[in-house]
Design a protein around this ligand. Structure first.
Ligand code: SAM
Ligand code: SF4
Length: 326
């Protein structure tokens, strides 16, 4: 079991399969982003080896992310390898959905259980402006294909950005009347090279909730008031689905955090918003023993920071979101 010095049992690993992406969302990366060479990234066998190692330390829940995980070559085989790893009981993916129309069924057949799809607005023009390159229709087809393939419950993630999509939260929340989905609104966070957009165009959970409730009336608290992952969950009267808020900026959930991240270049990152990392790939390639690697992981987890420092103006400077794995 991997325990940190605050007594939290860390058993949830988010693996970034690549830092590459087929979109360029304005809040995530610059349009001229340069990506890591493939040789610097974990190779397929290294991902599966490290997954087995983490599983042997009690990690039982995996989320595949990126960058965009579906652009990784051999994605279906990687998923199959991870889902068949002893000790892993839950495997899900966060994706922009662009390739889900063709990949949903093969991924489900390979054992993937659920997807979270990022959809920031239901307006095609605004969607293109936010993602720079995306077509909303592709993503919508992807969401429906995921539902058809049983990658459920479907969760949609929307980062809310002032001047881009703050009024679209109402239409997104309204989806829950007709679909048993969870629509999750995410407060934008600042990363390396933080842009004015990331720091000055944040829309808070309170502002989003107010917009939704002024249209549809007060929401009830759902999930018995407990966090669903990192989301605080609410329910519109008569709706089939739920509305969630991931409000890392105004309501951090650090005390309940059970996660660690493995970056695509094989670093164990202990907190999304802190720079502390432990290099696992270099020692692995240099022939470190299983015991040495286990030690690195357990020591790293022990030193997991208590929480982020956004309230004190501390921003992680060593990577942007797509390089960490959101
Ligand atoms: N490409 C996939 C996607 O977009 O879903 C997975 C990787 S993406 C980095 C994971 C999540 O992080 C997405 O839901 C995305 O909207 C969110 N995200 C990206 N940049 C963010 C930022 N600056 N603040 C908050 N969330 C962000
Ligand atoms: Fe790509 Fe996801 Fe970042 Fe958008 S949020 S640029 S889809 S990694």
């Amino acid at each position: 079991m991997a325990i940190d010095r605050f007594g939290r049992n860390i058993h949830y690993l988010r693996i970034s399969l690549t830092d590459h992406c087929n979109l360029r969302c304005v809040y995530c990366m610059p349009e001229d982003m340069t990506f890591r060479p493939n040789a610097d990234m974990m190779q397929d066998d290294e991902i599966l080896f490290l997954t087995r190692l983490f599983a042997s330390l009690g990690f039982d829940k995996i989320r595949l992310t990126g960058g965009e995980p579906t652009v990784r070559a051999n994605i279906v085989d990687i998923v199959r390898g991870i889902t068949s790893t002893e000790g892993i009981r839950s495997v899900s993916m966060t994706t922009n959905g662009v390739l889900l129309k063709k990949l949903s069924q093969p991924l489900a057949d390979a054992g993937l259980q659920r997807v979270n799809v990022s959809v920031d607005t239901l307006d095609p023009d605004k969607f293109h402006r936010l993602t720079r390159w995306g077509k909303l229709d592709d993503v919508w087809d992807g969401v429906l294909a995921a539902e058809q393939a049983g990658l459920t419950p479907i969760k949609l993630n929307a980062v809310v950005v002032k001047g881009y999509n703050e009024d679209d939260v109402v239409d997104l929340a309204a989806l829950t009347y007709d679909h048993p989905w969870q629509i999750r609104f995410i407060e934008m966070m600042p990363f390396a090279g933080a842009t004015d957009l990331q720091t000055q165009q944040v829309v808070t959970m309170a502002q989003i909730q107010e917009k939704i409730e002024s249209e549809f009336g007060k929401m009830e608290i759902a999930n018995n008031g407990k966090l669903d992952g990192e989301a605080r969950v609410f329910h519109l009267h008569g709706a089939k689905g739920d509305v969630g808020f991931i409000s890392s900026v105004t309501h951090p959930f650090c005390s309940a955090c059970t996660r660690a991240r493995l970056t695509s270049d094989g670093r164990l990152r202990l907190c999304l918003l802190r720079e502390k990392e432990v290099d696992l790939l270099t020692p692995l390639r240099a022939g470190a023993t299983l015991e040495e690697l286990r030690h690195l992981i357990l020591n790293g987890v022990w030193e997991k920071p208590w929480g982020h420092g956004l309230a004190d103006g501390v921003i992680p400077l060593n990577r942007v979101m797509s390089e960490i794995g959101g």
